[in-house]
Design a protein around this ligand. Structure first.
Ligand SMILES: [Zn+2]
Length: 314
């Protein structure tokens, strides 16, 4: 039997995240174990770090990793504490007090989280990435772990590996940003680019998408705030972010054709003629874009495709 629990997380803690529900299935009891060997246990007080891994394989599952660790490597059980699939499903594979094998010297004090996939080239997709962030938030809250103790396997002491392939600094930055972001005049960077794209997606022209919060971005933001019934202070915080998300249309090929800045940003992103009118060519380019990102290639820009467009995920 699987024990099942779900936690519904307050949206206020996840300002820039789009999914707020997280389910974790505990399958630890059902996974293959060594007939005689046992992992040692630790006090939960000793947990001070999270270690992020990738499986280094395109496919696989907690069951297949457990089988490999036990039968091929002769370990007492699966090495990881959690496994996250491509679709964002999280399973718990060891209790937190298990000192399992996954990160050498860091085994004693860390919890091992494995993303199924090979990220030496390419990055985790949206669902998997979001699940990872939410799991990290939950565990860092449960065990009072600060963001700078969330490390890639290769960043742990004594590790000689490229695992997990991608740069975990990006994860730490997003975990920090999402709690405290406040963007205004003079700011620059990725957060400003996301704001500019979100303004376009809400049908307002912020000028060039250049990552610089100048007068045009400020005017556009104030215009949006006024239209959404928010005090037009030209400062981008969580309330405005929620309103920007709510203001996005679903774009699709239809009669009459949809027009606007939101169509324009879709055309810019999917590299098709930029006329601001959603016709058959735009629908076809959206399908190609979706296919290359493993999204359902339906040619419709709904909430999930919008998230990819805004975040610039490849
Ligand atoms: Zn690893």
């Amino acid at each position: 039997m699987f024990s099942l629990f779900s936690s519904l997380i307050s949206p206020h803690a996840y300002l820039e995240s789009e999914v707020i529900e997280m389910y974790i299935r505990d399958i630890s009891a059902a996974l293959e174990k060594h007939s005689t060997k046992k992992y040692s246990r630790r006090s939960l007080r000793n947990i001070t770090s999270l270690t992020i891994h990738h499986s280094g394989t395109e496919g696989g599952s907690a069951q297949s990793f457990a089988s490999y660790h036990v039968n091929r490597l002769g370990w007492p059980g699966i090495g990881y504490h959690y496994v996250i699939s491509h679709d964002g499903t999280i399973v718990k594979t060891n209790s937190a007090d298990t000192v399992s094998y996954h990160a050498g010297q860091a085994n004693r004090f860390s919890i091992g989280i494995c993303l199924t996939g090979d990220f030496t080239s390419g990055k985790p997709g949206y669902s998997q990435w979001t699940a990872l962030k939410e799991l990290c938030r939950k565990l860092s809250s449960d065990f009072s772990i600060s963001d700078n103790r969330i490390l890639g396997h290769r960043e742990q002491p004594g590790a000689a590996t490229i695992c997990p392939g991608f740069d975990v600094a990006v994860l730490r930055q997003q975990l920090g940003e999402s709690l405290f972001f406040r963007i205004g005049k003079g700011d620059r960077g990725a957060g400003v680019i996301r704001l500019q794209k979100k303004l376009m997606a809400a049908g307002i022209n912020p000028g060039q998408i250049d990552g610089i919060f100048g007068p045009l971005t400020e005017t556009a933001l104030k215009k949006f705030q006024s239209s959404a019934g928010i005090i037009p202070d030209g400062v981008y915080v969580s309330t405005t972010n929620e309103a920007l998300r709510a203001a996005r249309r679903t774009l699709r090929e239809q009669i009459p054709m949809q027009r606007g800045y939101d169509v324009l940003i879709v055309q810019q992103t999917t590299h098709v003629k930029q006329d601001g009118i959603f016709g058959p060519q735009t629908a076809a380019s959206v399908k190609g874009y979706q296919r290359s990102r493993r999204l359902t290639p339906d040619g419709i820009v709904g909430s999930k495709t919008w998230i990819y467009i805004i975040n610039g995920w490849r």
